[in-house]
Write a protein that binds this ligand. Structure first.
Ligand SMILES: *Cc1c(COP(=O)(O)O)cnc(C)c1O
Length: 433
């Protein structure tokens, strides 16, 4: 009935997550509230890991893309499940460090890492820096030198595949702020230059072709392009590449229109493609890295709101306003992201009419979803928005000085606040009159 296996309805006709009554959770912790089903998040981690073991002999590593959901607790969860992590900022890196995440399993991304961020990464002993450009390469070399170390790196490559939607395009990707391009020789040149730098060790190549991708072909195509490049690097520079990192981007089910493949199928097909291309090119199958974010965290999370004003504008539409909005979920306003919602206290009710779920921010665009079919929604109802585990808390803001909601993690019968609700005191913490 719902888009995630962990959601159900109990005898009170309340929505449950894991085995927890969401109406009770809303009462106990207040709304808006992020609820994370830790069991499902762990299960998602395991599906990736087991697939990589099964279809690639475990010769690789799954990284959780921290940007999807970065907290000390979730860092611990992913570590316990045997995953590494990727980070894209000093803040994400620091969070993992404070959670005692093993730094050798961290890959540091970003198209404009600052001097301070690179220095922090090197000081903390980050395993790999994914270098974006030549300016950054020089910085990494210089800072590594001052710390007397040789930094292991990968280069971020633009593989010429753009797969942000259901389709993918094979050209035009040169226009991206991330990485170095293949077709104009930039990628080869930067490797050649890096070989002259004493404090740099090139371990691998990386690409990331987009997000919420359902087809497996763009990933296989990217693997093909990257293995070609690995083979070119050997032929032209005698450089042996050990790691192939194919990024993240596997799609998830936000609404009934979405039809993602099981994680194991993505990994199986891509692993098989990598093995076949490696054989064809006569190179050793590389250590294979994936960086799923959304597909690990999104389905494990929901957001609970309390319904306030319901505004029926005759012949126009019905606005149902909730006690959160773009401050805890900016994805609709950013890119029209799809979501499904449930009246948590009347969870099996049939949809009867379209409603628009609006937030409380001072912005007309502050909507969670427009014109979705829902049962009757009344003042005081608990509204659950589904699949908000990724890119919600991590994208939340204090717009309108709205405190960010807490995250409660449920695991078996246990529940635990893993991020506290912000207070008004937190909001003014850094203000100076
Ligand atoms: C965003 C991103 C990911 C994760 O993408 P998902 O769609 O959440 O799986 C992984 N790697 C890089 C470099 C990214 O930018």
């Amino acid at each position: 009935m719902f888009n995630s296996e962990n959601l159900s309805v109990n005898e009170q006709n309340h929505l449950t997550i894991g085995n927890h009554d969401t109406v009770e959770l809303a009462k106990e912790f207040g709304t808006p509230l992020y609820v994370l089903d830790e069991d499902l998040m762990r299960k998602n981690c395991r599906s990736y890991k087991e697939a990589l073991d099964k279809y690639y002999g475990g010769n690789g590593l799954i990284l959780f893309a921290s940007k999807a959901l970065c907290t000390m607790h979730t860092a611990k969860v992913t570590e316990e499940e045997g995953l590494g992590a990727d980070v894209v900022s000093g803040g994400e890196l620091y969070t993992l460090h404070k959670a005692d995440f093993p730094m050798e399993k961290v890959f540091f991304h970003g198209n404009n890492k600052t001097y301070d961020e690179i220095e922090l990464a090197i000081k903390l002993g980050v395993g790999h820096i994914v270098v974006d450009n030549r300016y950054e390469l020089d910085l990494v070399n210089e800072i590594a030198k001052s710390y007397g170390i040789i930094q292991k790196i990968l280069f971020r490559i633009k593989p010429g595949i753009d797969a942000h939607t259901h389709d993918f395009i094979k050209t035009g990707q040169i226009d991206s702020k991330f990485g170095v391009a293949l077709e104009n020789g930039e990628a080869i040149q930067i490797h050649q230059y890096a070989l002259t730098l004493p404090n740099i060790q090139i371990d691998g190549v990386h690409c990331h072709i987009g997000s919420q991708i359902f087809d497996v072909e763009p990933f296989c195509e990217a693997a093909n392009v990257m293995l070609n490049f690995i083979s070119d690097l050997y032929d032209s520079l005698s450089l042996k590449i050990k790691i192939l990192n194919l990024g993240g981007g596997f799609g998830i089910k936000y609404s009934s229109e979405d039809d993602p493949l099981p994680v194991s199928v993505y990994i199986e097909k891509v692993a098989e493609a990598v093995k076949a291309f490696a054989l064809e090119k006569g190179i050793k199958p590389p250590f294979l890295v994936f960086e799923p974010g959304r597909s690990i965290a999104a389905s494990a999370g929901i957001t609970l709101y309390t319904v306030g004003c319901v505004k029926e504008i005759e012949n126009v539409r019905t606005y149902v306003s909730v006690d959160g909005g773009m401050s805890d979920n900016p994805r609709y306003i950013l890119y029209g992201a799809k979501y499904s919602a449930v009246v948590a206290n009347n969870a099996s009710a049939e949809p009867i009419a379209p409603i628009t779920i609006a937030g409380k921010c001072c912005e007309s665009g502050d909507l969670i979803q427009e014109n979705i079919m829902m049962p009757e929604v009344k003042v005081g109802d608990t509204l659950a928005v589904l699949a908000t585990g990724a890119y919600n808390y991590s994208m939340a803001s204090n717009y309108n000085r709205i405190p960010r909601p807490p995250i409660v993690a449920v695991r078996g019968d246990e529940k635990k606040v893993i991020v506290k609700r912000e207070s008004y005191e937190d909001i003014i913490r850094n203000d100076i009159i």
